[in-house]
Design a protein around this ligand. Structure first.
Ligand SMILES: [Zn+2]
Length: 199
């Protein structure tokens, strides 16, 4: 924990002063342009890889960047999506997968999750991805293929949320699928985001 306290101290001394004007503006304004849904993985840092300032990205992070399809009821992911899209009016929604994802590795390699029931239950939201994960293309391993298919499947799930379906029908939001490659730092944009699917 000590290095975190030191980080806060350094932030206040060296970083915050240069952005004091921005934070003063943000104190009473919250108008992010983008909803960024990524994996909770510590190696994926949305603001770093997109070089975004505070206030620009509304971020949801879940294990495996999974977005459960909409069902009525209390659901933190659904509430955050609705807030970003219907209340804040974001213009773009990105689902960002990444290389070497632990969740996708567990699925692709059929790990025994009997000792981790919450993870096993949660990963069922990736069932459609597994069904779609056809044979990897040349040079692609099973995990990479599933990472890509999973981003596409979660975009489809995202479009089942009423706020997203409405915004897609109105043409006020665009969906994007990305995959971040940890060893090279590159971001690949997948081209099959379902813009018209829910419209
Ligand atoms: Zn991951």
């Amino acid at each position: 924990m000590r290095h975190l306290a030191q980080g806060i101290d350094r932030f206040q001394r060296e970083i915050f002063p240069a952005k004091a004007g921005l934070f003063a503006h943000l104190a009473t304004n919250h108008q992010p342009g983008t909803l960024f849904i990524s994996c909770s993985d510590a190696r994926v840092v949305p603001e770093l890889i997109t070089q975004s300032d505070p206030g620009e990205l509304f971020v949801i992070r879940t294990a495996g960047n999974l977005v459960p399809a909409y069902t009525p009821g209390a659901d933190g992911v659904a509430a955050s999506i609705e807030y970003a899209v219907a209340v804040l009016g974001v213009k773009d929604v990105i689902v960002c997968g990444h290389s070497a994802c632990g969740a996708m590795t567990a699925l692709a390699e059929g790990h025994d999750l009997n000792g981790a029931p919450a993870i096993a239950d949660w990963l069922r939201h990736a069932d459609a991805s597994q069904a779609r994960a056809i044979a990897p293309s040349a040079g692609e391993d099973k995990v990479s293929a599933l990472v890509r298919q999973n981003v596409a499947a979660q975009l489809t799930n995202l479009a089942t949320h009423p706020s997203v379906a409405r915004a897609l029908a109105e043409g006020s939001v665009r969906l994007h699928g990305w995959v971040f490659d940890i060893p090279t730092g590159t971001v690949e944009e997948l081209l099959d985001a379902p813009q018209a699917l829910a419209a």
